[in-house]
Ligand binder design. Structure first.
Ligand code: FAD
Length: 301
């Protein structure tokens, strides 16, 4: 069996694997897609100490760093269950079973898509999901935010300080965000809020040039010219395969400050946890915490 088995090969999983392996204990990583969300990212400018890089390049360095140690990397394998007996057992979709004394779950999350024509084609060409990451790319430009919940309104307030103008599109007749956020939003002069509208299409040629939406009252269809669209309709943690774990109402695993879940010996890190901010640098830090937490657990048990 492994001493530490990491599930997930994104920034959190890679960092956990390096930290565990450096303790000289038997470490494994099982991942469906090594690199995780970083593989879908074009430019990264907030991974401090690296001024600018690209997703696939960072993902390759993550893997290279893990391979520098004696870590068993099991790629292209999906995990579908966890059970705790004497050891912790990880069940693979292909029927395989991996056993470990401690496990670190780092399965990340995925942004919910709006699912309209143009969204996929213009990803990283004007369609963005992370205002902390991509906001500065739209300095002085017109952008839209799809989604009027807390994350959408936080994004709109954040972007209003950087871009020329922000239009918020909310499907329902009212915004769902907290009142204080709405008040802050309405106090800004460069924000327009469109409620009860349905996004129909993201238009563009090489890059995004507009958004087509329908007023749900009048069924009138309009196109708004702009250069960027932030989709903010939810981040879904990849934790649906886990039962008997304490989770937030969004499905994030609840961890303590050693990265441990409610099940002793099972740790978690990165975007699949209740960490309030989801970023590469934060995931890596929490991966390190979880590995050190797991090591502490092993020397006590
Ligand atoms: P992930 O990167 O999501 O990795 C999860 C890993 O788990 C993957 O290897 C996946 O294959 C695996 N996995 C999931 N489920 C299973 C399963 N059932 N079985 C086996 N393996 C599984 N952050 C920044 O700091 N700066 C940026 O510029 C930036 N830009 C971004 C741009 C885009 C388009 C996106 C989508 C995100 C961006 N982020 C950025 C956010 C950043 O990518 C995430 O915060 C970070 O990747 C989270 O790392 P993680 O390891 O927790 O999860």
């Amino acid at each position: 069996p492994f001493d530490v088995l990491v599930v997930g090969g994104g920034p959190a999983g890679a960092s956990a694997a390096v930290y565990a392996a450096r303790k000289g204990i038997r470490t494994g990583v099982v991942a469906e897609r090594f690199g995780g969300q970083v593989m879908d990212t074009l430019s990264i400018e907030n991974f401090v100490s690296v001024k600018s890089t690209e997703g696939p390049k960072l993902a390759a360095s993550l893997e290279e760093h893990v391979k520098d140690y004696d870590v068993d990397i099991i790629k292209q394998q999906k995990v579908q269950g966890l059970s705790k007996k004497d050891l912790i057992e990880i069940e693979l979709e292909n029927g395989g079973l991996l056993k470990s004394k401690a496990v670190i779950i780092a399965t990340g999350a995925r942004w919910r898509n709006v699912g309209v024509p143009g969204e996929f084609e213009f990803k990283n060409k004007g369609v963005a999901y992370c205002p902390h990451c991509d906001g500065p790319l739209f300095e002085g430009k017109d952008v839209a935010v799809i989604g009027g919940g807390n994350s959408g309104i936080e994004a709109a307030i954040d972007l209003a300080g950087i871009v020329k103008h922000v239009t918020v599109l909310e499907y329902m007749p009212e915004l769902k965000a907290d009142k204080v956020l709405q008040e802050r939003l309405y106090s800004l002069s460069n924000v327009t809020v469109l409620k009860n509208v349905q996004t129909k299409e993201i238009t563009g040629d090489e890059k995004v040039n507009g958004i087509t939406y329908m007023d749900r009252d009048t069924e009138e269809v309009r196109n708004l010219k702009l250069e960027g669209i932030f989709v903010q309709i939810g981040l879904v943690p990849n934790t649906d395969w886990l039962d008997n774990f304490e989770k937030t109402r969004f499905g994030e695993l609840i961890i303590d400050n050693h990265g441990e879940t409610n099940i002793p010996g099972v740790f978690a890190a990165g975007d699949c946890t209740n960490s309030p901010y989801k970023q590469i640098i934060i995931s890596m830090g929490s991966g390190a915490t979880a590995a050190l937490g797991a090591f502490d657990y092993l020397i006590r048990n």
